[in-house]
Design a protein around this ligand. Sequence first.
Ligand SMILES: *[C@@H]1O[C@H](CO)[C@@H](O)[C@H](O)[C@H]1NC(C)=O
Ligand SMILES: *[C@@H]1O[C@H](CO)[C@@H](O)[C@H](O)[C@H]1NC(C)=O
Ligand SMILES: *[C@@H]1O[C@H](CO)[C@@H](O)[C@H](O)[C@H]1NC(C)=O
Ligand SMILES: *[C@@H]1O[C@H](CO)[C@@H](O)[C@H](O)[C@H]1NC(C)=O
Ligand SMILES: *[C@@H]1O[C@H](CO)[C@@H](O)[C@H](O)[C@H]1NC(C)=O
Length: 203
Amino acid sequence: ANNADDPFPIWGTCMGFQLLTYLTSGENLLTDTNSTLVSYPLYFQQAYKTSKLFGSGSAETGDIINILSKENVTFNAHFYGITPKTFNNNTKLRTFYRMLTTNYDDNGKEFVSMIEAFKYPFYGAQWHPEKNNFEFVAKLGPNLHHSADAIKVTLYMAQFFVNEARKSSHKFKNATEEAAALIYNFPVVYTAGNTSYEQCYFF
Ligand SMILES: *[C@@H]1O[C@H](CO)[C@@H](O)[C@H](O)[C@H]1NC(C)=O
Ligand SMILES: *[C@@H]1O[C@H](CO)[C@@H](O)[C@H](O)[C@H]1NC(C)=O
Ligand SMILES: *[C@@H]1O[C@H](CO)[C@@H](O)[C@H](O)[C@H]1NC(C)=O
Ligand SMILES: *[C@@H]1O[C@H](CO)[C@@H](O)[C@H](O)[C@H]1NC(C)=O
Ligand SMILES: *[C@@H]1O[C@H](CO)[C@@H](O)[C@H](O)[C@H]1NC(C)=O
């Protein structure tokens, strides 16, 4: 679709990030990188400077890079990851994606934490940009931060990706079909007592 000038952005979070690396390389390249319920700053790699996510040079982006590189604002909840060594050793991966950032897991093993495709609007984060704003459940522990800066990070990623989605011309066939598909049709249930999520939708 993207090759035919039909913008179709993809964002992979956590296992979605892992899936993107599988789809591009055709291999399971994951290794143990136990980072459970912990927030880290990001280690920016050279490639971020020429990226769409972080390369704009705007004051807002500068502020976000500053926050991301210093504060514990990226929440990790994974047992697996992909090391920079594996990433760089895989021709398919390193020619398809820029490695924007890395992190070190609880045992000091480095893993890739953000990627961005060179040619396509495809983005991946091993951490969870969405949780800072919305998840307060006790099960996630004390390391999920809700500071003003942590919230800025979530909003930055959301605004960025929605702006990518705005380039898409896909729409429903008609208003009836659109109305039937809207999330507002489905009940949202408060599930903090039983799950790691404040709310769940049931279909
Ligand atoms: C992952 O790390 C957590 C926290 O340090 C620890 O409790 C858990 O046992 C570890 N799990 C694995 C599979 O290593
Ligand atoms: C980030 O969290 C770690 C513990 O996971 C802590 O050692 C470190 O001091 C924190 N850094 C900041 C800047 O808060
Ligand atoms: C690098 O890739 C080659 C084959 O693609 C593989 O044989 C080798 O084990 C890899 N090395 C590392 C460090 O991953
Ligand atoms: C809207 O599209 C659906 C599916 O293509 C079709 O079944 C329906 O008749 C259409 N409704 C209107 C009001 O055009
Ligand atoms: C967990 O879910 C069950 C029903 O699915 C409900 O009866 C129970 O009250 C819930 N527990 C909490 C703590 O919310």
